[in-house]
Design a protein around this ligand. Structure first.
Ligand code: DNO
Ligand code: MN
Length: 358
């Protein structure tokens, strides 16, 4: 397992590479070219520039989160062929820079969704939270404004303003969509990119939908063990894999995360790990908590044990953290709580791997 840290680049992150380097046990950085519009080809020179920046600190540059999928591909519009071609060009450029894993998601319109970005917890820290009852009463446009307001001035991934100006039109286009139609479009995408991923030796790793259920009536498909099973068979290649995000899948208590890790791990389809903890208050209502938390809904020890048992050697990162100690960073992506989280995960890993976990 290669402990990694998500970084938004010098321009878009309050956390710097020298600080990331100081986190004990940190091996790699997970990033993306955040200024390239979705659907455009990532230029090789820009990729090489970020690679250089990261490697100057002795950190690995092997994983991208994310090369986002253009909405036309999800919608199955005729223009999707052009965007798939561009995606493949990006994969080829990334391969030249030594990238091994590419994370992406296939959520219509919205990426990860929360109803509050700074919910105050009992200890005074703040965390991302979600309440389905609130979401049901919200106009999606209001949510977009709320996300922008609460983001401490950062552009949140998946919530880029330009992309969401056409919200009404987008919702119209998804009107008759069901899960099957979205799965079909995902299959078309995978049939277009997996052969290139194989040729380039890049593992594709889809991120689960967050939360793992439909929001605003839009279909969501990467939500459960059975749907993940369906995904890996759409194109039966080891390059068609998963980002196992515990906090996303775990928001539905029916998803048994350690079991899901063992199942897909044994099939060789987990290429990237996101480990995050949450507390579910009632169905559809949860907030994020520290990676170590006495009252949480996920068992992080069992999760790390499952990763260990499948012999996981890929990148794994602490996922969202709380805001603590007065830090004013990008919601979910401050330095302090993620650094603590990483070291909790590394501590568990050491104890499990040395067989001395008592
Ligand atoms: C949010 C992240 C997501 C994730 C993408 C993967 O913090 O979990 O934006 O990176 O869904 O494509
Ligand atoms: Mn995640």
């Amino acid at each position: 397992m290669k402990m990694s840290f998500r970084w938004y680049g010098n321009k878009h992150d309050s956390v710097s590479l020298p600080y990331i380097k100081q986190i004990p046990g940190m091996k790699g950085v997970v990033t993306a070219l955040f200024d390239i519009p979705v659907g455009d080809v990532w230029p090789l020179e820009e990729i090489m520039h970020v690679k250089q920046e990261i490697e100057n600190y002795g950190l690995l540059f092997e994983t991208i989160e994310s090369v986002n999928v253009h909405e036309d591909i999800k919608l199955g519009l005729p223009s999707r062929d052009l965007y798939i071609e561009n995606y493949n060009k990006t994969l080829r450029n990334l391969a030249r820079a030594g990238i091994k894993v590419v994370c992406y998601n296939f959520m219509p319109v919205f990426d990860w969704t929360r109803t509050e970005l700074a919910k105050e917890l009992a200890d005074g820290s703040t965390a991302l939270s979600y309440d389905d009852r609130e979401l049901r009463n919200l106009d999606p446009r209001v949510l977009v404004q709320e996300m922008e307001k609460g983001s401490n001035g950062f552009v949140l991934p998946g919530w880029e303003k330009e992309r969401l100006t056409e919200l009404k039109g987008l919702f119209e286009m998804y009107r008759d969509f069901d899960e099957n139609r979205l799965f079909k479009n995902l299959q078309y995408f995978l049939e277009g990119v997996i052969p290139v991923a194989e040729e380039c030796d890049i593992k594709m790793a889809i991120h689960p939908d967050d939360p793992p259920w439909s929001v605003f009536g839009l279909p969501r498909i990467i939500t459960s063990k059975s749907n993940l099973d369906r995904l890996i068979h759409l194109v039966d290649s080891p390059y068609n894999g998963i980002t196992l995000c515990t906090g996303s899948l775990g928001a539905n208590p029916e998803n048994n995360i350690p079991e899901i890790i063992r199942h897909f791990g044994k099939l060789g389809r987990i290429h990237f790990g996101h480990v995050r903890n949450i507390r579910i208050h009632q169905p559809g209502v949860f907030n994020e908590v520290a990676h170590k938390d006495e009252n949480s809904s996920l068992d992080i020890y069992e999760i790390m044990k499952a990763f260990y048992e499948i012999g996981f050697t890929g990148p794994l990162r602490p996922d969202h953290g709380r805001m603590i100690w007065g830090e004013k960073g990008r919601p979910g992506y401050g330095l302090y709580d993620r650094a603590i989280g990483a070291n909790y995960l590394l501590g568990l890993w050491d104890a499990i791997s040395r067989g001395s976990c008592i």
